[in-house]
Design a protein around this ligand. Structure first.
Ligand SMILES: *Cc1c(COP(=O)(O)O)cnc(C)c1O
Length: 520
């Protein structure tokens, strides 16, 4: 070979043989030992029926513990004991998604077999953006696309799906497609509008924060986000939306995308999609539906009707890592019209786009998704679908939604609880309203209760601020939760309230147990 770099031919560049140390870190025996340790510990966790939420530790304490587990010197060998300690610390500090006390978040326990496959795909990766690297990942994208197409009612071959790492990224990607279509020169020339009107998007007041962020990310600016008011069920109110959008258009806003929700994070509400589809059409705007939470209703014959009008959307996404119970992140992003997915990132870089491999390029997702290296998370969903069929997902989802309805009825029957909204999904908001507590004190009490219940370690709830009120919120992601657990949680709330009112006649005023804020 020519010595292009002017180096003295071959003296310092002889390949180094792998050291015995490197071989040790890739030891098959250690892998087997660690795998057995982990699987046994996880099986133990899954069979444990303890009611628990989360055990929050002070960050400084946890940091000290974690630091103490870091090897001081390069050990060069695997220590099963240290591995077990690290595993234990991880499990101890996690939310207990497999427990009946866990009610606070949208993270799900996963179908156990999908977690096993998650390990397989980490060990033998198929980076999913490129066909050459991720053959099966790209093929099963097409199979899952087909299965969902039938459920949506879209003709095969007419639509398209890509997978993304999370709904936040899916929402952003869909809005990029809408933007590139509406402002055709914007990818190259930047988002300048037509000079007389400012580009704008319209979103519901309860839209997820990732949706509101998009305006900042793509450069249209938060001032050009039109907030659509809600009705008494916290859905976008189409009647008011008509007036709001007309007024915005009159103020020279060019509304190119309307984003609706199917399953708001706050209460799980589904926006009225047929009306919003008509409204978007009237304004020449794209309709994207953030169905991250409730999009999974598609798999259930019983729940699917609640998504009426979803088939009219230009695009929508759903989070399989939430309501289809597979490991995070696994999001499906659908476009009603085939061919649009690749207009999100109209690049033709040679390493992504290979003109010689038409058949293979046609099935690979690289040009259609934001990620370069991408986990083949779709394989977990396809695996569970292949092994168990669609009913497995539908059964659990129906169970969760039914149980949430029962929890609503339970609270509605208690004179000291207030439930403002009948749940459309597995999310329920409520307040504890003991006699004699009202106004701002009532909101303070809810926050105090959330913190005390969490600190108690048995139940995990979350809170949400709605119309100036702080409310408690539960998300039932565990199919084992029954009414007895709801009643147990209510009893614990009453006990804390009694304690708070006895020792502190103005709840919410004192220092909170750990001073930590909700992250959701
Ligand atoms: C969870 C959620 C998101 C964010 O999705 P990630 O997968 O966490 O990125 C967006 N919208 C809604 C309605 C959600 O529930």
């Amino acid at each position: 070979m020519d010595n292009l770099c002017g180096l003295d031919g071959g003296s310092s560049v002889a390949p180094k043989a792998p050291s015995a140390g490197t071989e040790a870190f890739f030891s098959v025996r250690d892998f087997t030992v660690a795998a057995h340790q982990a699987v046994e510990r996880l099986a133990d966790m899954l069979s444990n029926d303890k009611v628990e939420g989360v055990r929050l530790q002070r960050p400084s304490d946890l940091m000290a513990k974690a630091r103490s587990l870091m090897t001081a010197a390069d050990l060069g060998r695997f220590e099963p004991r240290r591995f077990a300690d690290i595993l234990e610390l991880y499990l101890e500090t996690g939310i207990k998604v497999n427990s009946r006390g866990y009610m606070g978040r949208q993270f799900s326990s996963v179908m156990p077999v999908t977690a096993i496959f998650e390990m397989v795909s980490a060990m033998a990766p198929q980076p999913a953006s490129y066909y050459e690297a991720g053959q099966l990942a790209n093929i099963v994208d097409r199979l899952i696309e087909e299965a969902f197409g039938r459920l949506i009612g879209w003709p095969q071959g007419s639509f398209e799906m890509v997978t993304t790492s999370g709904a936040s990224l899916a929402n952003l990607t869909a809005v990029l497609v809408a933007r590139n279509r509406h402002f055709s020169g914007s990818w190259k020339g930047g988002l300048v509008g037509d000079g007389s009107r400012r580009p704008a998007i319209a979103i519901g007041e309860d839209a997820h924060f990732s949706v509101a962020r998009i305006a900042g990310i793509i450069g249209i600016g938060q001032d050009q986000v039109i907030r659509l008011q809600l009705n008494e069920r916290r859905q976008i109110c189409p009647r008011r939306a008509v007036a709001t959008l007309d007024a915005a258009a009159a103020q020279r806003l060019d509304i190119f995308c309307l984003i609706a929700s199917a399953g708001t994070t706050a209460i799980g509400a589904n926006d009225p999609l047929p009306e919003l589809a008509a409204l978007a059409k009237r304004h020449g705007a794209w309709l994207h539906v953030d169905a991250a939470h409730n999009g999974a209703f598609l798999v259930s014959d019983e729940l699917r009707p609640r998504l009426a009008g979803l088939e009219l959307a230009d695009s929508f996404c759903l989070d399989a890592h939430k309501t289809l119970f597979v490991p995070a992140l696994c999001t499906l992003l659908f476009y009603r019209e085939k061919g649009l997915a690749e207009t999100a990132f109209p690049q033709k870089d040679s390493y992504v786009f290979d003109p010689f491999e038409d058949e293979m390029a046609a099935v690979q997702s690289g040009v259609k998704n934001f990620e370069c290296t991408k986990r083949p998370a779709i394989l977990n969903l396809w695996l569970a679908w292949s092994l168990y069929g669609r009913r497995a997902f539908a059964d659990k989802l129906e169970q969760l939604v039914t149980m949430t309805g029962a929890a609503h009825d339970y609270f509605a029957d208690q004179p000291d609880f207030f439930v403002p909204y009948r749940p459309e999904s597995n999310i329920l908001c409520f307040m504890h309203q003991p006699p004699g507590v009202s106004g701002g004190r009532l909101s303070g009490l809810q926050l105090e209760l959330r913190d005390r219940v969490r600190a108690g370690g048995r139940y995990l709830l979350s809170k949400v601020d709605l119309d100036g009120w702080t409310m408690l919120r539960i998300v039932l992601m565990n199919h084992r939760i029954g009414l007895a657990d709801i009643a147990g949680m209510a009893a614990e709330i009453r006990r804390h309230t009694r304690d708070i009112l006895q020792h502190n006649p103005t709840p919410g005023g004192q220092e909170r147990p750990l001073g930590l804020q909700s992250a959701e």
